[in-house]
Design a protein around this ligand. Sequence first.
Ligand code: GRF
Length: 188
Amino acid sequence: MRIVILASGTGSLAQAIIDSVASGDLEVEIVGVISDQPDAMVLQRAGKSEIKTFIVPMKANRSDWDRDLSTLVESLKPDLVVSAGFMRILAPDFVSHFRVINSHPALLPNFPGAHAVRDALSAGATQTGATIHWVDKGVDTGKVIAQVRVDISSDDTQESLHERIKIQERGLIVATIRSLIPGLESEN
Ligand code: GRF
């Protein structure tokens, strides 16, 4: 099974996938890591593991960027696209053409959007978590595949809470990709 990873930042989720593939725990081929950020650490991480990396910087014309991303991903022929810390909304055409999953640092439908950790803290929630979901045309509205809960402690900061969530997210994204393999293979 061929997967493409989309990521914008540090790439610790991508690293968890890369490590699981390297150790044989996850039987997929990572055919590319794509970032919209030229300096993203995820590109160095992927490069170290000799995974092909690609940069698609945002353009003044958003639909040009959508087309560039779509053309690139199409050329990689993925069975699954994994959005792991990719801080861009994907175009409706993209998400209807490719099978895309996303990892989100909250228990959807609670706290969608780009500030999920901050929003859970400021709402005074006592629990939050992580969600892996199919990506549809909305923002964090697609069908939930898997979730994990994380308790919020009274002395949590956004950083401490996000790091605890990310520890869970790393395991969840790997386990979820693994769980999707049989279904995706039978579609081919
Ligand atoms: C994760 O919490 C992801 O859900 C969110 O951004 C974070 C990515 O972390 N959208 P990293 O760059 O993989 O370390």
